[in-house]
Write a protein that binds this ligand. Structure first.
Ligand code: FAD
Ligand code: SAM
Length: 682
């Protein structure tokens, strides 16, 4: 169900006071008397947020979920209160679902009504994404002190993606909500926002102590909350509203046998192999990370910002000496008109990455834009197919003809292109250094993890008591094969060579990154970086003139003016660099807990005979052992979101991706696939 469907934006009218009204639902977004005061009364006060937040400890995590993001007023008011009430080290996670998002210009206009929130409004508007169909958007503010997960979807469908599985027995093995803001339009006008289906999901996402508040005291609301197991109280409403409802869940919600199985799923097996029932956040928030490339460093940062202490070991004498060691990498991910997992993941990753780099460009690269040329017929067809889907996402991608592409690039481009104005190039090594420059992260170089053992509830590297922690993350790309516990993973290595070309007079005009068969960017210190070749199963680290030739030839057709200047260079003496990409057979990364190979094969053995076998066992994963590898050619786009996803798994938080998409990255997927194909014997 998490496939991306087209969406409609909110249709607004503005009253004489400049307040927004929905033309479709015929209702107001907030009280005409004073929307901000209404929010404070109904949602903040009646979820007792001030009192509850004052009692939190520094590393605490508090999750609010809202039905109907609308103008974001509730979010901003909660954010404002959080800064005064909660301790500085605690984290607020606001999860909101919205089927008809406001456009950015409508959002700006609506929020201009609240000058006292300006400081927060500016940050929200800056980060507010262009929407391309249904999906999740994770926006982080103030170094993660405040997170927003905006789910663009119908409320019940969207929140059901937060359940651990559609299987009723294990559905509620997921991160839980601490307080609900129920803020659909009035029940009579917007019944879908008060449906039994939604309240059933609310029940599964709540824990004893979860509260809920809503402006309405209609019968359908009270019945719904009772269905969800909440005790309800009628209390005075805001302004002219006589009553509203405040509620609290006192008891563990039971299993809901009626919860439906999904009609469509990226995970085709209706067995709960993706559930890691043993996962728990350890009391000592200390993690070891193996590998100091993009995957290791983004993971370190994502956890450090959540209050974790990190020890990262890297076998080389410095960070980012392998795949993450190129001087220039392109922030790029292929868009697709399809809805399959990879297309969905690419889009989520690219949008998250653009936000992630927003404050980091000046230190680590250049946001010079990326042009993806339609350099062959299939690419031209693809661009045509993308047009409709991405027509309303100008901030993400624009469709430009050859003349406009040439204008943007500063050099003649012979093809039309997709233009990504918020992308650019990053120096991955500098990025790794910046990310690990955090007081909670200790980097130990010259330290190759050889032995990995779990003893007395802790993982230990190389039998060294200083390298001991309850959690370990394997982020060492293809070298993950060397560990006994991960050698079953079908990891592939792909050799790649890049070529450094001297800056020439025509090439000095290049202003943007250009991707066709290969890529080339603006020169840095008199040198362009271009590449890269693809060679599966090759292990040579030697620079090869033939590969330089391939890189150069890839510039000939799309950029004739530049190519001419380099045509006669001596390939033998050209500098460059060789490194190895780590990839999986489905070209998606591996993110999450490491499965216990033998236990999985035993538990799910019936799949060998019947791919549809119903098995009531959860997956068996090594406790505290996680992995983050397989970023292929897209490390810059993939690793920020993957680190966020992994940190959310480890910290037991609401994930930044729909469940089905997170499952598509599950490290156990190949074991299950092999069982289904009857390829693996126990
Ligand atoms: C030629 C080439 C060009 C590329 N161009 C781009 C591009 O333009 N844009 C883009 O987004 N991506 C690009 N990529 C892909 C990108 O570089 C990778 O996806 C990314 O760097 C992977 O990061 P990683 O941390 O997973 O792996 P790595 O960077 O390889 O990091 C793994 C680290 O683990 C360390 N390690 C290994 N074993 C151990 C051990 N036992 N103990 C301790 N440490 C260990 C290694 O030394 C290494 O530092 C390119 C890749 C190549 C090869
Ligand atoms: C009262 S407004 C929310 C106001 C918002 N909380 C704010 O702070 O501005 C109700 C919202 O619910 C959204 N909505 C209506 N039906 C929906 C549905 N089925 N699923 C998700 N959102 C829906 C509307 O688009 C609207 O933005």
């Amino acid at each position: 169900m998490s496939d991306s469907s087209p969406i409609d934006h909110a249709q607004l009218q503005w009253d004489e006071d400049g307040q927004p009204l929905s033309s479709v639902f015929g209702d107001v977004y907030f009280s005409r008397a004073n929307g901000l005061e209404e929010t404070r009364h109904v949602f903040l006060q009646h979820n007792q947020l001030n009192e509850r937040w004052q009692q939190l400890h520094a590393g605490a995590h508090f999750t609010i979920a809202e039905t109907g993001f609308g103008s974001g007023l509730n979010f901003l008011a909660a954010w404002q209160l959080w800064l005064t009430a909660a301790p500085a080290g605690a984290q607020l996670h606001f999860v909101s679902v919205e089927k008809y998002p406001l456009t950015k210009s409508d959002l700006r206009r609506a929020l201009a009504l609240w000058p006292e929130l300006d400081e927060f409004t500016a940050q929200l508007i800056d980060a507010y994404p262009g929407f391309v169909g249904t999906g999740f958007h994770r926006l982080n503010f103030m170094d993660g002190r405040v997170r927003l997960t905006l789910i663009i979807e119908d409320a019940a469908r969207g929140f059901s993606q937060l359940l651990a599985t559609p299987q009723p027995m294990y559905a509620s093995h997921c991160a839980k909500i601490d307080a609900w803001f129920l803020d659909g339009f009035a029940p009579a006008k917007n019944p879908q926002m008060w449906s039994d289906e939604l309240f059933t999901v609310i029940r599964q996402l709540s824990h004893p102590g979860t509260t809920a508040a809503t402006f309405s005291a209609a019968g359908i609301v009270k019945q719904g909350l009772k269905l969800a197991g909440f005790n309800i109280r009628k209390v005075p409403g805001f302004g002219r509203k006589r009553e509203m409802v405040a509620a609290r869940l006192e008891q563990e919600p039971g299993i809901n046998q009626q919860a439906p199985l999904p009609a469509r799923s990226y995970s085709p097996y209706p067995v709960p192999w993706t559930i890691n029932a043993a996962a728990a956040v350890p009391s000592a928030k200390h993690a070891l990370i193996i590998g100091g490339g993009l995957a290791g460093c983004t993971s370190a940062r994502a956890l450090a910002e959540r209050g974790w202490k990190i020890t990262l070991v890297e076998s080389h004498n410095a960070l980012a000496q392998e795949a993450s060691g190129n001087p220039q990498g392109v922030l790029y991910a292929k868009l697709s008109p399809q809805n399959e997992a990879q297309a969905q993941f690419n889009l989520h990753a690219l949008q998250f990455a653009q936000q992630f780099y927003r404050s980091r460009w000046s230190e680590t690269g250049e946001q010079c834009g990326v042009l993806q040329l339609a350099h062959c017929e299939s690419e031209q067809q693809l661009h045509e197919q993308l047009r409709e889907k991405f027509s309303a996402a100008d901030e993400l991608v624009q469709f430009v003809d050859a003349a406009r592409a040439s204008d943007i690039a500063g050099v003649t481009c012979s093809h039309s292109a997709l233009y990504f104005p918020q992308a650019g190039w990053i120096n991955p090594r500098r990025l790794c250094e910046t990310l690990t420059n955090h007081p909670a992260i200790r980097v130990i170089t010259h330290c190759a993890a050889v032995e990995l053992e779990r003893r007395d509830g802790n993982w230990q590297i190389n039998n060294n008591p200083e390298l001991r922690a309850p959690i370990v993350i394997i982020a060492n790309a293809t070298d993950a094969k060397a560990f006994a516990l991960t050698q079953h993973l079908p990891i592939k290595s792909i050799r790649g060579q890049i070529t450094y070309l001297p800056q020439t007079t025509p090439s000095s005009a290049l202003k943007t990154l250009i991707c066709s068969e290969g890529y080339i960017g603006p020169a840095v210190s008199g040198q362009h970086c271009t590449g890269a070749t693809f060679n599966l199963k090759e292990t040579s680290r030697e620079l090869r003139p033939a590969d330089h030739r391939t890189n150069l030839e890839n510039l000939r057709a799309p950029l004739p003016a530049l190519f001419g200047e380099w045509e006669s260079v001596h390939l033998e003496s050209l500098p460059g660099r060789v490194a190895f990409r780590c990839t999986l057979p489905d070209y998606l990364p591996l993110i999450g807990a490491v499965p216990d190979e033998q236990a999985m094969l035993d538990d799910f053995a019936p799949l060998r005979k019947n791919a549809r076998a119903v098995i009531y066992k959860t997956g068996t994963y090594h406790q505290g052992l996680f992995i983050n590898i397989g970023h292929g050619s897209r490390g810059l786009a993939y690793t920020p979101l993957c680190a966020e996803l992994l940190a959310a798994h480890i910290n037991r938080e609401v994930l930044p991706l729909p469940r089905e998409l997170a499952n598509a990255l599950n490290p156990a997927r190949f074991l299950i696939r092999d069982l289904i194909r009857n390829k693996r014997q126990g």
